[in-house]
Design a protein around this ligand. Structure first.
Ligand SMILES: Cc1cc2nc3c(=O)[nH]c(=O)nc-3n(C[C@H](O)[C@H](O)[C@H](O)COP(=O)(O)OP(=O)(O)OC[C@H]3O[C@@H](n4cnc5c(N)ncnc54)[C@H](O)[C@@H]3O)c2cc1C
Length: 550
């Protein structure tokens, strides 16, 4: 069936819908602020806070989709994504409205929470009408999933050159690394180092390229399109440590470490999580005790850590440890260390120091995200020189704060990873449905297939728009960008999970076969909402707090 309206909705309609959605959100947030006493009582209203955090994220994504489409229109390059953008905005506002509907009575707003004039409701239905989404799906299939928005010249060059590298160097190895859970080939790391991929957002004065966070995101996206685990995630850890160093490192530490991170000479593992401490980072128990070794001042690390990705290959671990023994010191008792170790291959390692220190690592088997391997670690009197405490004496007790700053960069980076993975799924699925025939015709010709592909494409546009906006905001003001980076991570990771699973369904039984890359994309995507703030914690304690706080 064709859409009932004679006039097809336009960007102007999308703008009106965005305005309406934001007008519904504003009083809802005000009520939520009052109910949670400016965020102090979030735990008494967790479900409500989660709904508000997600609704606000959807509103922000809608705003960014519209801004992207409008800027391309001004440049005369927007035609291709305008149709998609209108539906993408409509989809977000419809979802936001459903969330407010669920919260309406708790907010004390009743019908007012979602009431829109009839004409606007009709426009909302028109933007997401199934015939419109099917048309988007047909275009996506015809373009074999290549629906990315155009960029400016420099960024197009970045995207094209990384794509070429990823297709030539990473793609041929991606399946093997995944299926055999092999180590990432050293050639990836050295080539990425030579190409400058690790230093894209590091300032030039510290050996980086300072091309900015959007270039870093596009690089990440293209590498993740080839393989999330074997290439796309290599930049995350240096990003986290370099941001922490830029915020809290001494000048000498910046000069020593940042060029090594930018060149890929030093690979990093990030070690925050412990076997019984995950989301409650302030509760970290792993101890760092003052010590001297051969007359050298430093610290001894003592205790277990968990889920430290890339800890084997890494030359250093960015480790959060308790320097204040008083357990009531919470986050104020934590400091961040750059812990040197020898790079090791494989799934297990044991290292000893001349002074008696011992470090044991054993990878935990996982269904996806293979290649980097995530390790449970045991530190026994592992010595770290005093100059490796980030910020040195002034950094004592600042570890929690610096780690959180690093995580904001990690979350932005993960938004890029999610977009790349979803892009891979869209392309593979478009290719598959065009080639698969059932009941005498290609499954791409069926309405439901087109509708699914259309939704995959417009969801991906939503993920990209908010992630690119977060990257730009991070360039302008790192600290202020943290909540938006968290929102980008939240939405883009959910979208990657959804899009990969939809793609798998479109492959039928073959989507479950390891032979088809879509099965890898599905298991890889599932980790995205877990790390760098598991989804419920991100919603409540990062996005919720920033929205509802005084
Ligand atoms: C493949 C992989 C790689 C990883 N890599 C790294 C790494 O390199 N470095 C690192 O440090 N960590 C890493 N992690 C760890 C990851 O960051 C943690 O798993 C994550 O932070 C969640 O912690 P947790 O697993 O202990 O879950 P928990 O904190 O135990 O949370 C489990 C669930 O409990 C609920 N919950 C907990 N607290 C609350 C609350 N206050 N309110 C409501 N609900 C709550 C939520 O539903 C949550 O999903 C990795 C994890 C995986 C799976």
């Amino acid at each position: 069936m064709a859409p009932p309206e004679a006039r097809s909705p336009t960007l102007e309609d999308a703008r009106a819908l965005l305005h309406a959605g934001e007008s519904l959100l504003t009083p809802a947030l005000e009520r939520a602020r009052a109910l949670t006493r400016n965020g102090a009582a979030i735990d008494e209203h967790q479900v409500l806070t989660e709904r508000m955090a997600y609704a606000a994220t959807e509103a922000r994504a809608a705003r960014e989709v519209l801004a992207l489409a409008e800027s391309l229109r001004v440049e005369g390059r927007g035609a291709a994504i305008e149709t998609m953008a209108v539906s993408a905005v409509g989809d977000l506002i419809a979802s936001l409205r459903a969330r407010l509907e669920a919260a309406a009575d708790d907010l004390g707003l009743g019908d007012d929470a979602t009431t829109l004039p009839a004409a606007l409701r009709a426009r909302l239905r028109a933007t997401t009408h199934e015939a419109r989404v099917r048309a988007i799906g047909r275009d996506a299939i015809a373009a074999r999933g290549r629906t990315e928005p155009p960029l400016d010249e420099t960024l197009e060059q970045v995207r094209a050159s990384v794509r070429e590298f990823a297709e030539k160097e990473v793609l041929p190895h991606a399946e093997r690394v995944h299926r055999r859970d092999e180590d990432i080939p050293e050639s990836f790391i050295s080539a990425m180092g030579e190409l400058g991929y690790f230093g894209l957002s590091i300032p030039e004065q510290h050996g980086g390229h300072e091309l900015g966070n959007l270039a870093m995101i596009l690089t990440t996206e293209e590498l993740s399109r080839a393989s999330l685990a074997a290439a796309g995630s290599l930049i995350t850890r240096p990003e986290i440590l370099s941001k922490a160093l830029l915020q809290g490192g001494t000048e000498a530490q910046k000069q020593h470490w940042l060029p090594k991170l930018a060149s890929g000479e030093v690979m990093v593992g990030v070690s925050v999580t412990e076997p019984d401490i995950g989301s409650d980072v302030a509760g970290v128990k792993c101890r760092a005790l003052r010590a001297t070794e051969n007359g050298r001042a430093g610290w001894r690390i003592q205790g277990p850590k968990a889920w430290c990705t890339f800890a084997g290959r890494a030359n250093v671990l960015a480790l959060l440890a308790r320097t204040d023994p008083d357990p009531t010191s919470g986050g104020r008792g934590l400091s961040l260390f750059i812990v040197p170790k020898e790079p090791a291959s494989g799934h297990a390692f044991e290292q000893r120091q001349p002074g008696g220190g011992r470090l044991v690592g054993k990878a935990d088997a996982t269904p996806g995200y293979r290649g980097m391997h995530s390790f449970t670690l045991t530190f026994e009197n592992w010595f770290v020189p005093a100059e490796n405490l980030v910020g040195e004496e002034a950094g004592l007790g600042r570890g929690f704060y610096l780690q959180m700053g690093g995580f904001a960069a990690g979350r932005l980076q993960t938004g890029g990873r999610a977009c790349g993975l979803a892009q891979a799924a869209l392309e593979e699925t478009a290719k598959y449905v065009a080639g698969r025939t059932q009941f005498g015709k290609p499954i791409a010709d069926y309405q439901l297939t087109q509708h699914t592909l259309g939704r995959m494409a417009l969801r991906l546009l939503q993920a990209r728009a908010i992630t690119y906006a977060a990257a730009r905001e991070m360039d302008a003001d790192e600290r202020a960008a943290a909540p938006l980076a968290a929102q980008a991570k939240l939405l883009a990771c959910d979208i990657a999970v959804e899009v990969t699973q939809q793609g798998q369904l479109m492959h039928g039984g073959w989507g479950y076969a390891e032979e088809y890359p879509i099965s890898r994309y599905v298991v890889d995507a599932q980790v995205l909402p877990i790390f760098e703030g598991v989804k419920p914690i991100l919603e409540l304690k990062v996005i919720g707090r920033s929205l509802l706080g005084a």
